[in-house]
Design a protein around this ligand. Sequence first.
Ligand code: T6T
Length: 324
Amino acid sequence: MKIRSAVALSAAFLLAACGGGGQIGDSGSGNSAANKKLVLIPGITAEPFYISMQCGFQEAAKAAGYEFDTQAPAKFDAAQQTPIVTGVLASKPAAVLIAPTDDKAMAGPMKQLKDAGIKVVEVDTKLQDTSIASSTISSNNEQGGKLAAETLNKLSAGKTGSVLVLNTKAGTSTTDARAKGFEDEIKKYSNLKYIGQQYTDNEPATAASKVTATLAANPDLIGVFATNLNTGEGAATGLRNAGKTGAVNLVGFDASPKQVEDLKAGTVQALIAQDPATIGKQGVEQALAAIEGKATKRNIETDLVAITKDDAEKNSKYFYKQSC
Ligand code: T6T
């Protein structure tokens, strides 16, 4: 079946990229002292944000003497993530760390985990329903959007023009919060005209074509905020194709090797970087607390930093990894 083979390949790729991991067998059920299995279910496979998160997850799981496994969908899509959750449910790990790809659609599958006695910790994205996970570890994404707007305002240096938000998929808690934080802040700057957000479905090619189409309809475009990695990489391509690199300031979210290369080359003017390895590590800490019946923290915020070409090297610890 198409999805199953994509899943198997995804997991194999991530394991190869990150130096392998403990495999999950069939033994063990629910949360007993003997069950030492943790599973990470990222939003999408083979993507530097989640690879970096997986590195932090694996290191912490190994240090605690736990077995670990990662299983990711080929696309950032609830229809592809759901069968992975169902498969993981059958293998009965002690806890699952998950980045739900939709803040409503993943509630059912995640509740099944909880009902089976498996501890659930949200890493990065979260559900609207706060009753399922023991803990949520994430950047303050609304604050990140605000930071992006402040950064774009500084880069615009008082010039007048239109500003576009390229968002990913509606129902993604993180990127929705970033778009909101940006919109609330950008409206404070009278020289910057906010022309709304467009969705890219997390596809770089769609981001590129939305940028070129927006430029054709709004020749006064002076700024773009791209709310995540794929969208930012695609927006940079769109501006390059339109010959507008540098003329339109591009503020991206995340710090993949490609995004950092674009920042250093001047194709992207600023990046708002997260700390995914710490999200993975803290996710393990919260999962272990839940398994051991200790107190968990319902919400944990991790670092966010705005990086420009001038301070890129100083902030290199925030650059995401392609392998552990
Ligand atoms: O920006 C991250 C993550 O925080 C977001 O929830 C989904 O997109 C990324 O994984 C980057 O692609």
